[in-house]
Write a new protein. Structure first.
Length: 198
């Protein structure tokens, strides 16, 4: 489990295709604190550390992950948002994030708003995921609050600190991002569907 509060921006230093799998090597300031078998969120995708040294560590993404997220589009020197799994007993500064990406979205617009930025994203509504006004959403692993919630579109306001310390500063129009919708909202929606279908 994660909180959506990004700890570091990792840099992709190597990509190695192995059948349907992709081995990804990341350089990060948190590498020395990791252990093999630990879970780390990469742009919101929970992956297991398979090997490491002082400055670098490696994870593996399987075909399903590559198909459903933006990790399959990574290139050498790309930056990724990193977060280690949350510790029980600490403050939950973001919201409950599983590290299981529901689908991708495309950045439709970026507006500067007198000291902050408004990013608008559009996603395929056929998967029946929903946002709600002032609800939580995870974009590339970052816990954010939804504004302008529509059926297939929503916006998020980004403050300067988040902009500078995450990959938001690298996003452009038509950039693909990973979305994880609020887990509580998903359970409530599913319960409602079960009740109305019976």
């Amino acid at each position: 489990m994660f909180t959506g509060i990004i700890e570091d921006l990792g840099v992709v230093t190597n990509l190695e295709q192995d059948h349907d799998n992709l081995h990804i090597t990341i350089k990060s300031t948190i590498s020395s604190e990791l252990k093999v078998d630990q879970s780390v969120s990469h742009n919101g995708v929970c992956l297991t550390v398979t090997s490491l040294n002082e400055d670098f560590y490696e994870v593996t993404a399987i075909r399903e992950t590559l198909n459903k997220t933006n990790l399959g589009k990574l290139n050498i020197n790309d930056k990724v948002n990193l977060e280690r799994a949350m510790k029980l007993g600490e403050r939950l500064d973001g919201h409950i994030v599983q590290g299981h990406v529901d689908q991708t979205a495309v950045c439709k617009s970026i507006e500067q708003q007198n000291g902050s930025w408004l990013f608008t994203f559009e996603y395929d509504p056929s998967l029946n995921n929903i946002t709600i006004e002032k609800g939580s959403i995870t974009v590339n692993g970052v816990s954010l609050t939804v504004v302008n919630s529509k059926k297939n579109k929503f916006s998020v306001a980004i403050i300067p600190y988040t902009y500078e310390h995450t990959t938001f500063k690298l996003l452009k129009e038509n950039s693909m991002v990973n979305l994880e919708f609020d887990v509580l909202g998903k359970y409530i929606k599913r319960l409602y569907e079960l009740q109305t279908s019976s």
